[in-house]
Every structure is written in C-alpha cells, then in structure tokens.
Design a protein. Structure first.
Length: 292
C-alpha cells in the first residue's frame, strides 16, 4: 500500500501527481483553517483506495505507526525538523519519499537559515537532517517538477530525484472538479470578469506593508477595481485596519483561483511574500511585497 500524508491544498495536488503501483491511501491532517471543509470536497474522490482524516498530528502518528508495515511506501512533504524526524523514526517502512511543496524544495540552506542556536543545528545534523529536503537518513528521495533546477541549486544531493506524473497545471486541471464545484467556478468568474484585480497572498504572517500599497490603489480606484486578500491556510486569525473589497477563504486552493482570475479578469496583479503558487504559474504578473 502507498500512504500519502497531506496537510495543505497544495500538498493534496502534488500527492495526487505521483505515479505509483498498487493502492493509494490518503492520510489527511486537517489542522489548518478550513481543513475539514477542504477534506469534505475531496473525500469522495475515486482516486484514493482509502481515505483517513485527523485533527491532530498525534492522532495521525498513532495511525501511521499501526498501519504501515515494512513493505508499504510513505510519501510526505518534508523530512526536516525534530517532530518530523521523531515521526519517521517510529514508522516501520524504509520506503519513504518526500514530494515537492514549492520554493523550499529547491533551497540548500534549511538548517543554516532556520537554526539560530548552534546546539540545535548540531543536534539536527546528528539526527540526519541536511541543508535541503529529501536527503535525510530516513528517506530515499524526492519528487520534483524541475529536476534540472534542483540539480543546479542542490548539487550535493545524495538520494534519488523523481519526476511527477504530469506538469503542475495539467494535474491541477485534472483535479479541479474535486476541489471547486461548477457553481464556485462560476462565482469566481463573475467576481472578477472585466475587472482590474489586485490580489494579496499572505505568507504564514500578514504583511502590513500591503496596506500602504493597497491604500494608494484604493484612493485612485474606479468601479472596475477589486482589492482582494487571500490568507494562507496556516493563518487562523489576523488583524487588519485596511478594508479589502473581498477576503477569500483560507482553504481555497490559490492556484485554482489564480488560473480563474487570470483567465477572466481584465488584468491581474498579485502581491505576495514569496508564495509558491507563483513558482508554477509563471505567466502571471506578480510582485514580492518587500522587494518593492
């Protein structure tokens, strides 16, 4: 059996894009804002032989420890960090693979950038963590959309590199009907059709610099302008004094929203803090906020 651990809409998309033999079981961690609602949309998918939903990491780990045996395969988004290393050390199988989840998969400075403490840095190195995803002692390799890019940026990678089944957008279009109903797609189309759309995609934190940028736009806007906020799935609450025209749900898959907006809006401008969504949708006009 193949087990796919998923905890964000993007992870679901990428897990769906891995070509394997045998049955596929989805193990869904819905601990992000709107996680249960997103799972409700995908739980009837016939792609998965089995589907399991958990509210907490502890419940999920207990399940994986019970069901996975030495002949099974496990696919995860990360092999980095104390909690993840502890989980992987408890899993019986050694057939563990990481799949891409955006820009971070092409970084080669994970430990150096994130570990402020030398003690923690050395401890993570001792546990088998590397400066990049997919190369720890627990896993066999990583699935990627851009193998040449990974070879350039992570030249000292020791494990195996694998390609996804389809290009990102092709796979996204394949599962679109699972994630967005016809009514929802029509609603998003009507929302932006013929309008100039300015969309802010938050990171895990809300960047207040967007308020100055959007306030200037609001002061000069006409009736065909929309200022929209899309919070990251991990943001449970935030405060903003700025009044956006629309605030989208956290659990909406932003890549699908971007494709719809790009198709029907008169013009689309995306502001973000390094969102991985723009890694795959390269023809959309976008600006990193703090780089302005």
């Amino acid at each position: 059996m193949n087990y796919f651990l998923v905890s964000t809409p993007l992870q679901y998309c990428n897990a769906h894009n891995i070509d394997v033999e045998g049955g596929k079981t989805l193990v869904f961690l819905g601990d992000f804002h709107g996680g249960a609602e997103f799972y409700t949309k995908i739980k009837n998918s016939i792609y998965w032989e089995g589907k399991f939903y958990f509210d907490s990491y502890r419940q999920l780990l207990s399940f994986l420890k019970k069901v996975i045996n030495a002949n099974d395969k496990l696919f995860i988004d990360s092999d980095y960090g104390l909690q993840t290393n502890w989980m992987l050390s408890k899993i019986k199988t050694k057939e563990i693979f990481v799949y891409e989840e955006g820009y971070g998969s092409y970084r080669n400075d994970l430990l150096s950038a994130r570990c402020k403490s030398k003690i923690l840095y050395r401890f993570l190195k001792f546990l088998g963590n590397k400066e990049h995803f997919g190369d720890s002692k627990f896993v066999k390799g990583i699935y990627l959309y851009d193998l040449p890019k990974h070879k350039r940026h992570v030249s000292d990678f020791k494990n195996q590199r694998f390609s996804f089944r389809k290009p990102f957008v092709d796979n996204l279009n394949e599962i679109c009907d699972e994630i967005l109903t016809i009514e929802e797609r029509r609603e998003y189309q009507e929302m932006v059709e013929g309008k100039s759309v300015y969309l802010y995609l938050t990171n895990w934190d809300y960047n207040k610099n967007i308020e100055h940028l959007f306030q200037d736009r609001k002061n000069s806007e006409t009736g065909d302008t929309l200022l929209i906020l899309k919070p990251h799935p991990r943001i449970k609450q935030f405060s903003s004094e700025f009044e956006f025209d629309l605030v989208l749900s956290n659990n909406v898959m932003v890549e699908l929203i971007l494709l719809t907006f790009h198709r029907f809006a008169k013009e689309l401008f995306v502001y973000h803090d390094g969102s991985s969504a723009l890694l795959y949708l390269t023809d959309i006009n976008n600006t990193i906020i703090d780089a302005i």
